[in-house]
Design a protein around this ligand. Structure first.
Ligand code: GLA
Length: 391
């Protein structure tokens, strides 16, 4: 089903581009992501374990003869146009993800000319599946191809992250953009955000599925709370650093150091840092579980991550907690937790393949009863990262 959907999405984007501009576009596909474990660790130089999924943004792009950028969003059915030498924020919001990338490339001294770009996607928006990172990565990759800029993949991801940090204003880490650009079929990416080294971990257990439950809510404090968490982590590091100058991030910190130097200073900062230091360890242990094919142990850690995000990092919300609580005692669900930045979006669940339908039906009905809302369920298949669409 998803292949057919993606094919028709590709056709829709392609045909809209042809209708507007007549010439033959270059097509680029960039995926959304899931993250198995390691949440809010990326901007603390920790480890993350994401994977690209079979939901994408598709961009059609071609050169213009002038120095303008002409954009069209298929889903919103909105156009936006601006001059390359007068980049600025847009009230429509979606152009910012594209224009932010253009601005970064210009700041790097890259030679760009005018271009037309049409895009569409099947990544649910506001669901924490990184549709914005996918758009940024698709744009950076497409511009790199179109203008033959010779940018390596890592720099494409970093450029997309910088667009989000500096133009959009969310001080995110690199996880989403890295997963979108570096994803591989049926493999998780164990990314070390201290030096961007990474290894692929096969994830193809035929007995399990990754099921996402979408709360269908996105609370408005998400980006301000995100930036605040980041500052709290930096504050904790600053206190430790006064006595231990080699500690440059929470990646280098120990629980003992937190007890000694952060706990006496501020209870909230202590909770935040405690969660992060524990989560980095949990991810490392979780990778051992995966190597041993011990998905039950891995699933338990996912629940522990949720508990930390709920009570210590405090980035969950009632709707996410309800979705996790609904599967805690269900033997068909090995693990579940909120995923991504928080305050809405999805939970990620490891579910026994034969019981997926039962679990989905039960959870959706119970969630509706408790919240009056209709949750959506998606199966996430792990797939390839950003690439040119050749067919
Ligand atoms: C968002 C950010 C990521 C990461 C996660 C939390 O998705 O974009 O960089 O920090 O939240 O793990």
């Amino acid at each position: 089903m998803s292949i057919a959907m993606t094919t028709s999405l590709r056709d829709a984007v392609y045909e809209k581009y042809r209708e507007f501009h007549g010439n033959e576009p270059l097509l680029v596909r960039s995926p959304g992501r899931v993250n198995l474990i390691g949440e809010h660790t990326d901007y603390n130089q920790g480890l993350v374990l994401p994977a690209a999924i079979d939901k994408h943004i598709i961009v059609a792009i071609g050169q213009r003869d002038d120095h303008r950028i002409q954009l069209y969003a298929l889903d919103q059915q909105e156009s936006y146009s601006l001059a390359l030498d007068a980049l600025g924020r847009s009230p429509l919001l979606w152009p910012d993800y594209i224009v932010g990338v253009v601005q970064q490339l210009q700041q790097q001294g890259r030679q760009l000319a005018g271009f037309n770009l049409v895009f569409g996607g099947d990544i649910p928006q506001g669901a924490g599946l990184s549709s914005s990172a996918a758009l940024e990565c698709a744009t950076a990759f497409a511009l790199n191809e179109l203008f033959e800029l010779g940018i390596p993949r890592l720099d494409i991801a970093l450029t997309a992250q910088a667009a989000e940090n500096e133009f959009v204003g969310v001080k995110c880490g690199l996880m989403d953009q890295f997963a979108s650009v570096f994803g591989q079929d049926q493999r998780l990416i164990k990314l070390d955000c201290a030096d961007f080294s990474h290894e692929y971990i096969p994830f193809n257990n035929p007995d399990l599925r990754i099921v996402l439950f979408d709360t269908q809510v996105k609370h408005s404090l998400a980006s301000s709370a995100y930036n605040e968490r980041r500052e709290q982590c930096e504050q904790g590091v600053a206190w430790i650093q006064q006595r231990h100058p080699h500690v440059k991030s929470l990646r280098d910190a120990t629980l003992e150091q937190l007890d000694e130097h952060v706990k006496p200073m501020d209870a909230t900062v202590y909770k935040r840092c405690h969660y992060v230091v524990s989560e980095i360890k949990r991810l490392q242990d979780g990778c051992e579980d995966l190597k041993n094919d011990d998905f039950a142990a891995f699933g338990k850690r996912m629940f522990e991550t949720h508990d930390g995000l709920q009570h210590l990092y405090e980035v969950s919300c009632d709707e996410l907690d309800i979705l996790v609580d609904l599967v805690r005692d269900n033997d068909a669900v090995l693990g579940a937790r909120m995923m991504g930045g928080g305050f809405g979006g999805c939970t990620i669940n490891l579910v026994k393949v034969d019981e997926v339908q039962d679990v989905v039906d039960t959870v959706i009905a119970a969630y509706n009863e408790k919240t009056g809302r209709n949750a959506q369920a998606y199966i996430a298949n792990i797939s390839a990262g950003t690439h040119v669409v050749l067919d």
